[in-house]
Design a protein around this ligand. Structure first.
Ligand code: URA
Length: 265
């Protein structure tokens, strides 16, 4: 399977579904997940309200489950409109919704756009974006293969973390973006992003290196490229290698080739 091919096992019969579920759990185990978190176990059971797809409308029910489509990114973007839901609206030039493949197998989530992204209305286009581009290229992927977005969609003055009310106003749209894309893996960049998605308060140093569960989707937390940039300027490449270790796990889970990289002594 390559990065643009997606599994269609949901259309198969029960034995195939069970086999693919077993393979998926094996792959998760090989990648370092040492158990199914309670939330994920819940997501796999019939009573999982949060992870369950939205209830079918009467028309969908008539047409059968095959007609039930996730909402499109266009619809979510339309609903955001000229968003005024929090104070960030006043200072932004452009809302930065997200970019990339709407059917991506892999989604990268950042904290929020900086000044360059604000100017262009596109995620990860500044100096920090160049670092992320290098990571994506090192994985032998292209930006167009994956999807890039952030917890908040408007520029954060001084690159500060989003405030609680800003996250509360914006993160439901991120959740809907992820539900629309249905990626196989999420990479959460930085502690703020990982904690927002996982509902934790842990530093990325503690969360990284192991897949976590986001509503049944394996999530790898890793260092934010802005930290890599700072460390690089200090001549310290250790965090780069930690990110690379995380990305090799992501590639393995996606059953994609893992390029050889060797640390210079
Ligand atoms: N940091 C983010 O989290 N998102 C961007 O788009 C740019 C920098």
């Amino acid at each position: 399977m390559n990065i643009s091919e997606r599994s269609t096992t949901h259309a198969a019969g029960t034995p195939l579904l069970l086999a693919s579920l077993r393979a998926y759990l094996n792959a998760l185990q090989e990648s370092g997940l040492d158990g199914i978190p309670v939330s994920m176990a819940g997501a796999l059971s019939a009573g999982a309200a949060e992870a369950a797809p939205p209830a079918a409308s009467a028309a969908e029910a008539e047409l059968g489950p095959e007609s039930r489509q996730p909402e499109t990114l266009e619809k979510i973007r339309q609903e955001l409109g000229n968003c005024q839901r929090c104070g960030l609206a006043k200072s932004r030039k452009n809302l930065v919704f997200g970019a990339g493949n709407p059917r991506a197998r892999l989604v990268f989530v950042g904290e929020g756009p900086g000044a360059d992204e604000d100017l262009k209305g596109e995620p990860f286009v500044g100096e920090v974006g160049q670092v992320l581009n290098r990571i994506i290229a090192a994985m032998e992927l292209k930006r167009e293969d994956v999807y890039l977005c952030s917890v908040v969609k408007c520029c954060l003055p001084g690159n500060r973390d989003p405030e609680t009310d800003e996250t509360a106003a914006c993160s439901p749209f991120l959740q809907r973006q992820i539900r629309s894309i249905q990626p196989e893996v999420i990479v959460a960049l930085g502690s703020f992003t990982a904690d927002t998605l996982l509902g934790t308060r842990e530093p990325v140093a503690k969360l990284r290196g192991k897949f976590r569960d986001y509503h049944g989707i394996p999530l790898m937390a890793t260092h934010h490229p802005s930290l890599l940039l700072r460390r690089q300027k200090e001549g310290n490449l250790e965090s780069f290698w930690e990110v690379w270790d995380d990305m090799t796990q992501v590639l393995r889970l996606l059953k994609l080739p893992v390029p050889e990289k060797s640390r210079k002594k």
